[in-house]
Design a binder for this molecule. Structure first.
Ligand code: ADP
Ligand code: ZN
Length: 435
């Protein structure tokens, strides 16, 4: 039977959620206008007053915020309460440039941890579980968020942080961890390390994993599920909106329910800023409805996504977002063709390769080049050169079918590509060096 952390909200009828959102947005816009000079100026420039926002229907009238605004306002420019009322600072991973910092009041921490608790319960978590948190602890929001969520659920929390895979495995086996929380790339590494030590998937007590903080494909999900003998759930979030838990997957595994009582989501055309109808692909934009310290309105995530509002078998009524297809700035334009790293991952896993790869983009003689190093598993590795070349050719052809352009494949020996313990770095674009 499906369980919920807060059933009255998670399964509330649409009208009830809308009512909550409408009440919250009116207050929130007033709060931001009164306390954040930077945003007040943006609203004034656009000719919007707080009284123009009477419900979430009016949100589209508000100006956007982008990562550049956050950098410009670093560190205190978007703070909406007195610093003495804040209890925490967290920071982004800095995947795409200079880090930004976010502030939290105790209310904001509670709200965030509750979102993570909802995700843990959706993955089957109860107070009888042992939750092994191997997201990084510290400024990164992964560790703190899931840790707080696990406490709220009353689970036994193992605050491992990332790295030291040997110790992760020892504690997982000795202390009977039942739920694993980390990035999908680290989960794949843990599965591989268990196998190397002679463990079979049924030897561990894990039943579920809550994996996020980076894009991962359905093929990767199946590979991790088989490797660990678990059901793998996706979780999404970003520091700017609090951290992981903004959206989470339920047992249906067909997208992540957005915690709509706290976050209002829109999909926009990234070029024109126009709001797109449900079901269309575009950039995901969030408005925090009741955060106090760092309440971003219409924050552009740069994540490319689709929202859908169909009925879900889990009974939750909140809107679902698909797996983000990567950020708009992850997209590589190679010889005029749009390529996402996730497409490359899909082909690799479908062709029976490991999820250990590196993508190199460069420009030679005014032509873009795409090279992919693909690590072989010990079973696939051979010193028969002709055989290896045949495999490279076959993989390159499969890539060409998926991407529309042909990469150069380099099969490399087992264990030669560095494993990731946090967010994986899989693309090196050397063209930027020449620009
Ligand atoms: P940074 O922007 O420095 O990476 P964060 O650590 O706050 O900072 O990361 C947030 C970003 O991580 C999101 O905007 C999104 O691109 C990515 N992300 C988080 N969870 C997921 C997920 N489940 N699937 C795909 N991407 C994700
Ligand atoms: Zn559901």
């Amino acid at each position: 039977m499906e369980r919920y952390y807060r059933p009255e909200i998670e399964t509330a009828p649409r009208e009830e959620i809308l009512k909550i959102q409408n009440e919250k947005i009116v207050k929130q816009v007033r709060h931001v206008y009164d306390h954040v000079e930077y945003y007040r100026k943006k609203m004034d420039e656009k000719g919007v007053k707080p009284e123009d926002i009477k419900s979430v229907e009016d949100i589209h009238k508000l100006p956007f915020l982008k990562k550049d605004d956050l950098r410009e306002c670093y560190p205190y420019g978007l703070l909406a309460v007195d610093l003495k009322d804040c209890v925490r600072i967290q920071s982004t991973s800095g995947t795409t440039g200079k880090r930004v910092v976010a502030f939290y009041t105790q209310h904001d921490i509670d709200l965030w941890e509750e979102c993570c608790a909802r995700a843990i319960v959706a993955a089957g978590g109860t107070n009888e579980d042992v939750v092994q948190v191997c997201y990084g602890y510290g400024l990164f929001t992964g560790g703190a968020g899931l840790h707080g969520g696990a406490h709220k659920v009353g689970a036994l929390t193992l605050p491992m942080s990332s790295g030291n895979t040997e110790r992760q495995i020892q504690f997982m086996m000795d202390l009977n961890s039942t739920i694993l929380c980390c990035t999908p790339s680290y989960a794949a590494f843990i599965a591989e390390s268990l196998k190397e030590r002679g463990y079979k998937p049924e030897d561990n007590r894990l039943k579920a994993g809550i994996f996020g903080a980076e894009p991962w494909t359905e093929e990767m999900r199946r590979s991790i599920e088989a490797g660990l003998g678990i059901k793998a759930y996706d979780i999404y979030g970003l520091t700017e909106t609090s951290g992981p838990g903004v959206a989470f997957e339920c047992s249906e595994q067909t997208g992540m329910h957005i915690n709509e009582d706290h976050f209002y989501a829109e999909i926009i055309d990234p070029d024109t800023g126009e709001v797109l109808p449900e079901g269309e692909k575009g950039e995901l934009v969030f408005t925090a409805l009741d955060k106090e310290a760092f309440p971003l309105l219409r924050y552009r995530t740069r994540d490319i996504c689709v929202l859908t509002r169909g009925k879900c078998s889990c009974g939750r009524t909140h809107v679902k977002m698909c797996k983000p297809m990567g950020r708009s700035d992850d997209m590589m334009i190679i010889r005029g063709v749009n390529v996402f790293p996730s497409q490359i991952e899909t082909v690799l896993l479908n062709e029976g390769y490991s999820p250990n790869y590196m993508i190199y983009v460069d420009r030679k003689n005014n032509t873009d080049t795409l090279d992919i190093d693909v690590e072989l598993s010990p079973e696939k590795f051979s010193d028969n050169i002709a055989e290896m070349q045949e495999m490279e050719k076959k993989l390159a052809a499969a890539m060409r079918t998926m991407l529309g352009i042909g990469p150069k494949i380099h099969l490399v020996a087992p264990k030669t590509i560095q494993r990731s313990e946090g967010k994986a770095v899989r693309v090196i674009d050397n063209r930027k060096l020449h620009d």
